[in-house]
Design a binder for this molecule. Structure first.
Ligand code: ADP
Length: 642
């Protein structure tokens, strides 16, 4: 048999258990390789257990003394790092968690001289325990700090095993843990209890959104409703049976009440809009999906308008055409156009519905998000069906009137011309033999009749011009015209009439103003303005002034007559518009309309400066040479002629 000491030495050297043997001074006398592997170094000779600051700090020295007194003692687990020791200097070492068994070794005269320490490296276990502890602490913090009310109900009688501080606070600080749900919160809604029991029965998770729970939360006799997002999770035991429920409750009262307030406002607004006679539709910006239609809109549709339908389906649901009857696709529908950000300003469409066929004038406006309401596109529209049919009837009436005037003036012109010619020959005959009996008796009558016929002819010509303008048959014949000379001629022709009206007609301004104009039409312009000045400024002087400035001729006809109010000035250049009563002044209200049309045809402008009772000044400005194709032709002819 081998030497037992050698065997013991082998055991000591190869044992996986770290061992060290210390003497009464605490110096290490022996350590095995497992010890070195565990600590990273061996204790230097100066090391002493009794000077070890870490041992002292943990109060282990007392245990060691007990071992020296013959006891086998077990130390608690401690973190140990040789590098932290002050009385020795060691650089090669690890931080480890250890627990030791200390037992006495050799005794000498009843006194323990040596003790052995068998070490256990529990670093991994301790770290795992600490990590788990940390994890738990975090979880607990999460559960207690999160704005979530959490509880754990165990067993079929739903007994509180855990209640988060928030839940406790919400329930007025009442005691929960250990009590049954129905005992702790007696006024809990029965359906919530049923819901929990169902989770217990089925093992299936239940989620409830915005659950309204009306109870006396604080237990002080004040019942109130709060809203919760609830999640009930089943808990299972080792056999897979449901033995509890964890409930996570997140309070959403504020959000729900805010939404309710917005919804109430919305309903109020919708009620107001329903009372309005004007049809109004609301649509979602971007998508164009209709979210609301008021009663007036529904009446046109012939029932409640389909809302919240995908915008692409509106093409099928709504039969909308343009005014020519062409059907509009979904992209062109007013709501879709408005949704794309287009601002509709009286878009006219025909809407064919169960209730009939309507002509609509549609506007749109985007109302930005405000007061909790999202952005919305508003589409108010007018049913202009009747307006359109009246407009159509009016247009028809105007067309009939114009046709009648055109025919009548043509028919009147021929006999008038004949009458005029006959009267002129009578007048000439009277002039040739003024002393004749016939001339003595009829010359003045003939002159009067001729004047009336001329007036009649002027009126008929005015009507003919209007009909020409209306049918686009106003052709201009450009030629070289001296405006000053033309004005002079017109003034001379008006001399007898001016005398009758007791007006002095004075012509002033630039001597020669030559331009390319239609002579007859320009003469008509001057004639109309001078004749109006004599008519409405009788008894006062009339001044006609011509001048030229920057390639434009200016003609100004000024009288000191009755003047024109600002309101009337805006309309007298239109057809049949007059600012005087028929009783005081005869006329058809066509002269200025024809004048403006002629001036504009020659690329000019006309305007009036006047005030009631302060006379009137009509100013015509004409380019000396119009820019249109006709003018180009005139220039070419002139160049050829020169
Ligand atoms: P008419 O003279 O036949 O009524 P016009 O078209 O020439 O038609 O004129 C339209 C209206 O403008 C007149 O009815 C009159 O009220 C007003 N008006 C035109 N010229 C003058 C003027 N010189 N002074 C005051 N009012 C005028």
């Amino acid at each position: 048999m081998s030497d037992p000491l050698a065997l013991l030495e082998g055991l000591f050297l190869h044992s996986p258990v770290p061992y060290a043997i210390f003497d009464r001074e605490g110096h290490c006398r022996l350590s095995n390789p497992a010890y070195r592997a565990m600590f990273g170094s061996v204790p230097p000779p100066e090391y002493s257990l009794f000077r070890d600051e870490l041992v002292a700090k943990m109060g282990l020295d007392l245990l060691l003394h007990r071992a020296f007194e013959g006891e086998t003692v077990q130390t608690p687990t401690i973190w140990y790092d040789v590098k932290e020791l002050q009385h020795i200097e060691v650089t090669q070492a690890h931080r480890i968690a250890i627990s030791c068994t200390c037992f006495p070794l050799a005794c000498d005269a009843g006194e323990v001289q040596y003790i052995a320490l068998a070490y256990k490296d529990v670093t991994a276990e301790l770290m795992a325990r600490e990590a788990e502890h940390l994890e738990r602490r975090r979880l607990y913090q999460l559960l207690t700090k999160a704005p979530l009310a959490i509880d754990l109900l165990r067993g079929q009688d739903l007994r509180f095993e855990f209640a988060s501080p928030l839940l406790k606070r919400l329930l007025g600080g009442r005691e929960l843990v250990g009590r049954r749900l129905l005992d702790a919160v007696p006024d809990i809604a029965p359906d919530l209890v049923t819901l929990c029991l169902n989770v217990m029965k089925t093992g299936e998770r239940v989620v409830a959104r915005e659950y309204a729970l009306t109870i006396d939360y604080a237990g002080k006799g004040h019942v109130e409703t709060r809203y919760w997002n609830l999640s009930h999770e089943p808990l299972f035991d080792e056999q897979g049976r449901v033995d509890g429920i964890v409930t996570f409750a997140f309070e959403v009262t504020e959000q729900v009440l805010a939404r309710h307030a917005v919804e109430h406002q919305q309903r109020w607004l919708e009620a107001v809009l329903d009372l309005m006679p004007m049809p109004v539709v609301m649509a979602e910006p971007n998508t164009g999906v209709i979210t609301f239609s008021n009663d007036a809109a529904d009446r046109l549709y012939g029932g409640p308008m389909p809302t919240n339908v995908s915008a692409s389906e509106y093409g099928e649901i709504f039969h909308v055409t343009d005014m020519q009857g062409r059907r509009l696709g979904p992209e062109l529908l007013p709501s879709a156009r408005a949704a794309r950000g287009e601002r509709l300003d009286g878009m006219e469409v025909m809407w064919h519905t169960k209730a009939g066929q309507f002509v609509l004038s549609i506007c749109s406006e985007v109302l930005p998000a405000m007061h909790g309401h999202p952005e919305v596109t508003l589409l108010p529209f007018l049913d202009i069906t009747r307006l359109k049919s009246v407009e159509q009837r009016l247009q028809d009436a105007i067309r009939v009137r114009d046709e009648f005037l055109s025919v009548a003036s043509h028919e009147l012109k021929t006999p008038l011309t004949v009458l005029g010619l006959r009267l002129q020959s009578f007048a000439r005959a009277a002039l040739a033999d003024p002393d004749s009996d016939w001339a003595q008796r009829h010359a003045r009558d003939v002159e009067g009749m001729l004047r009336q016929v001329m007036r009649l002819a002027d009126l008929v010509n005015g009507l003919l011009d209007v009909s020409r303008i209306g049918t686009g048959r106003l052709n201009l014949e450009y030629e070289q015209v001296d405006l000053r000379a033309l004005v002079q001629e017109v003034a001379a022709r008006f001399q007898p009439e001016a005398e009758r009206a007791e007006c002095d007609v004075e012509v002033s301004g630039t001597d020669v103003i030559v331009g390319a104009w239609d002579r007859m039409r320009l003469e008509q312009v001057v004639t109309n303005l001078v004749s109006n000045a004599l008519k409405y400024g009788a008894g006062h002087p009339v001044r006609v002034h011509v001048e030229v400035e920057e390639g434009r001729a200016r003609l100004r006809v000024r009288d000191e007559g009755i003047g024109i109010s600002a309101e009337a000035q805006a309309r007298i250049f239109h057809k049949f518009e007059r600012a005087v009563s028929e009783r005081n002044y005869g006329g058809l209200g066509l002269g200025l309309y024809v004048t403006r049309t002629l001036v504009e045809a020659m690329e000019g402008v006309i305007h009036v400066d006047s005030a009631l009772g302060a006379g009137a000044t009509f100013t015509v400005e004409l380019p000396l040479c119009p820019s249109g194709p006709v003018a180009v032709a005139i220039k070419a002819i002139k160049e050829l002629a020169s």
